[in-house]
Design a protein around this ligand. Sequence first.
Ligand code: HSE
Length: 328
Amino acid sequence: MRLHFNTIQFFSPLSGEAGGVMAGEVKVHAPATVANMVCGFDVLGFAVNDPYDEMSICFTDKPGITIINEDEYNLPTIPELNVAGAALLAMQEEMIEEKRGFELRICKHIKPGSGVGSSAASSAGAVVAANRLLGDLFTNEDLVRFAMNGEKVASGVKHADNIAPCIYGGVTLIRSIFPLDIVPLTAPPLFVTIVHPQIEVRTSDARSILKQQVLLKDAIRQWGNIAGLVAGLLKSDYALIGRSLEDVLIEPVRSILIPGFDQIKQLSKEAGALGGGISGSGPSIFMLSKDEVTAREVEKQMHGVYEKLSLDHHTYVTNINQTGVRFV
Ligand code: HSE
């Protein structure tokens, strides 16, 4: 499907009608996300309020996509090699009769390779911002579809468990990506503690070590947990959420890449966390708690483990972001 976006009615950039539009520029904050939610590999994810990336986009006379990095990460600026660029290229393919290009400025606060959806924030933020510039021509589902091209650049495969929560906010279930079937889920208040040990785990590597076949008994346990987690979220049943935060398929393989993983998990649970595990493909670890006091105690335990291991790390105590990419 190709759309004539320049035949639609544009709102005035100066009218103040739509948030984020000032003198033809759209600015957004794109949140970090925790994919998998322990048992839901590639099908569950949620957005968090901290950290987030800052981005802005405007039209430019230069056709195509111009990327300007305003951070320290030195990411590629060739659109095809940049996750945000790849997402915007996919969007442009469905627009015609447009001679102008996009100029995208990115200031990343979510460290690439941290496991909290850094690439998703870039690609989702870019397409949400560009869509506002186009007068909200595309649906959220279209935007997820475009942004998944960024995930392909980052990890070699399309998956939406970071992209969808980044765009929709909250907790999302991605029942299918071909065709896209995204189900936003309600959830009770949850505090999230994240620790990011300063090592890099590439998603492509973390995917390549996974077993391609699983035992039926493990599959049964896993889908019991996924169903239990979704039911627990919808019913605000914290105990059920906690019991369901178990992964018998992916975590046993990937956790080997993360120093201190078992100890952090055990100490966090002893401190009162409902449960948690690897955030996305790692190396970050996340824990869910019912209240902030517990979430801060969990943070203390995480610090303790990495201080003993002399491993540099960052922590965040945050909660679930309900809005997704936000216009500022
Ligand atoms: N579901 C993906 C994975 C998320 O675990 O490989 C990557 O952030």
